[in-house]
Structure formats: C-alpha cells, structure tokens
Design a protein around this ligand. Structure first.
Ligand code: R5P
Length: 274
C-alpha cells in the first residue's frame, strides 16, 4: 500500500489529506487507514519546503499508522536538518540525530532518501536509531549533460558524488558562525588545485542552498579557463536570487525534483522502485 502526501502530487497520485485549522494547527487524514491495518505501507512525503510543518505532518501520519500497526517504509527525498550533524559550540543541538531519532520512535522500518548530507555515500546505514537507505542521483545528473566532462565537486564532502567518474574535488573552508540571528558560516576559501583549461566542466554538489559554494566554484573554473561550465545538484533550494546569479555565470544549471524548483529537470521517480 502506498500513501502519498499532497506535497508529492506532482509525481504520484496523492491519497492523504492535509489541511490547516484557522489558528494554523495542522489537520491530517488518511482516508484509507482501514486498508493499512497490519500491512506494509510506504509513506511518500516531502520534508521541504516548510520543513518544520512538513515534519510535524509526517509525525501525524506515522502516529495514525502506528495505531493500526502498519509496517512503515518512508520515502522523503530530501532530509532537512542533515547539515546539522556536527557541533561547533557548547550547547548546540545535533538536529540531524534528533530528527532521525524522532522518526525511528514511530517504529519506521526504513527511511529511503537521496544524497543525505551526513551519510556521504550510497547504501544502508543506521543513524539516530533509524535505518536509512541512501540513494545517489549522481549518475542521472551526470548523464543529463551527455558530453565528455571533467566532473568536479566543490568540496571534499561531495567527493563521493564524483569519485566513481574520475572526478576531482575542490577544498572548502568555512569560518565561524556570523553574529546576528542568521546561523550561517561564511565560506573562507574554496581552493582548486587542478587544471581545467579548455575542458567542459560539470560541478556537482549534493545541494545548492544560498548558492555561495556553487558561485565560488564556477568562478574558480572560469579563472582556470574552462570551456563550457555546467552546474548540478541533487537538491536545489536556490535561496534569494542565487538561481539568477548562477544562470548568468554558467552554461546550464539543473537539479532533481526532490525539491521542485524552476530547474528541477531530473526526475527522482527514475531513481526509485517503490
Ligand atoms: C555543504 O557541505 C554542502 O555540500 C553544500 O556545498 C552546501 O550546503 C551548499 O550551500 P550553499 O549553496 O549555501 O553554499
């Protein structure tokens, strides 16, 4: 039995209701709940955008499925809070672990996700007590360009996306957290120690958020004399005007539709067999 959230209705036929009460509380209903009794159920639900509400909606679904004893597999293509997997200052929250532990608490048998930031390779893992199957979209993204390419990741964390394709990685160093309300660590340096002169280059990352990393990576390969420059990532947030900026400095840019956006051209439905 597949249960599909309305936030996945662009790809699959949805059969879960999500509404809001006038005060903003969430209302969730699984009309087919009787059919889920003691059965294997796959819940397909995006956890971004509006991650905090989407996470709570997920808990509402899981709580209801627990009441009828379903055996739950979860498909959430992008896992929010995955970048909060390290502690920098005393008293910080390991939010990546917190989220996984909360999901595991609903007896979820497995979470299937795509290019999970803290796992950094494909396969089966247990994190925060949650079983996770991490799938990579790297091959689909690379195949889309259809040219001989120098494939580059903008930092070592994303090296696993390119290493099977003779890819190279830049080295990124971030500074400390900024002052003020925004929790953000500026990029101090992004170094490229290899030659790209005259080459067609694809810069591949797990995500493009503010675009800061990708913009600096494009500047590096342009300075290095690259011919055509393509940018791709599994998850595309494109905060503020980062998409417009990137489009003005590269030859093409695209992501998967794990998070729908104007350049989400690679279909994650081609990646998973559910
Ligand atoms: C970081 O380690 C990630 O792999 C991405 O490089 C990063 O999150 C992208 O963020 P932004 O677009 O804000 O530079």
């Amino acid at each position: 039995m597949k249960l599909v959230s309305p936030n996945f209705s662009d790809l699959f036929k949805d059969n879960i209701e999500i509404k809001q009460f006038p005060d903003g509380d969430s209302y969730v209903r699984i009309p087919d709940i009787e059919k889920c009794k003691n059965l294997e159920v796959t819940v397909m639900h995006r956890l971004y955008p509006d991650q905090n509400n989407s996470i709570f909606n997920l808990f509402q679904m899981l709580h209801t499925l627990n009441k009828v004893n379903s055996k739950i597999t979860l498909f959430c293509p992008y896992l929010p809070y995955a970048r909060q997997d390290k502690l920098f200052k005393t008293g910080e929250v390991l939010s990546s672990e917190l989220l996984c532990t909360l999901i595991a608490g609903f007896n979820v048998e497995k979470l299937i996700t795509i290019d999970c930031h803290f796992l950094k390779k494909e396969g089966l893992f247990t994190y925060g007590g949650l079983k996770i199957e991490n799938i990579s979209a790297n091959k689909l993204l690379i195949d889309r360009v259809g040219k001989e390419l120098e494939i580059i990741s903008p930092d070592m964390g994303a090296n696993y996306l390119v290493s099977d394709f003779k890819g190279k990685s830049m080295e990124k160093i971030r500074g400390n957290y900024n002052d003020g309300d925004m929790a953000y660590r500026e990029i101090q340096s992004l170094k490229m120690n290899f030659d790209v002169k005259g080459k067609n280059v694809l810069i591949l990352d797990d995500m493009i958020s503010t675009g800061g990393t990708m913009i600096k990576a494009v500047e590096n390969v342009r300075k290095g004399g690259a011919k055509n420059v393509y940018c791709a990532a599994t998850h595309g947030f494109f905060l503020k005007d980062s998409l417009i900026k990137l489009q003005s400095i590269c030859d093409d840019i695209f992501t998967t539709n794990s998070i729908p956006n104007p350049v989400s051209k690679v279909n994650i439905a081609d990646l998973i067999k559910l």
